[in-house]
Design a protein around this ligand. Structure first.
Ligand SMILES: [Ca+2]
Ligand SMILES: [Ca+2]
Length: 81
């Protein structure tokens, strides 16, 4: 999961901004989420509302909102069992 976060954190500052989070969402499914859906998911993931997704928020979002196995498959990692 840390690996997945690092893959998504394109500029390496340890948090995901909207742009990075959008790219992550785009990698999850085809057809892609609409901009409206992505904005909603970003707000959902940003628990403390500071406009960035930190590791804890990212982890919680992935675990709660998405199917973990699917995410990990897409990231080319074996699903954590
Ligand atoms: Ca970043
Ligand atoms: Ca946040």
């Amino acid at each position: 999961m840390t690996q997945l976060m690092k893959q998504c954190d394109l500029n390496g500052d340890g948090v995901l901004n909207k742009q990075e989070f959008d790219k992550f969402l785009d990698s999850l499914q085809d057809p892609k989420f609409s901009p409206k859906e992505k904005a909603l998911l970003y707000r959902t993931a940003d628990n403390n509302g500071n406009g960035q997704i930190n590791y804890e928020e990212f982890l919680e979002f992935v675990l709660q909102e998405l199917e973990l196995d699917k995410v990990l498959d897409k990231a080319g990692q074996p699903a954590a069992k």
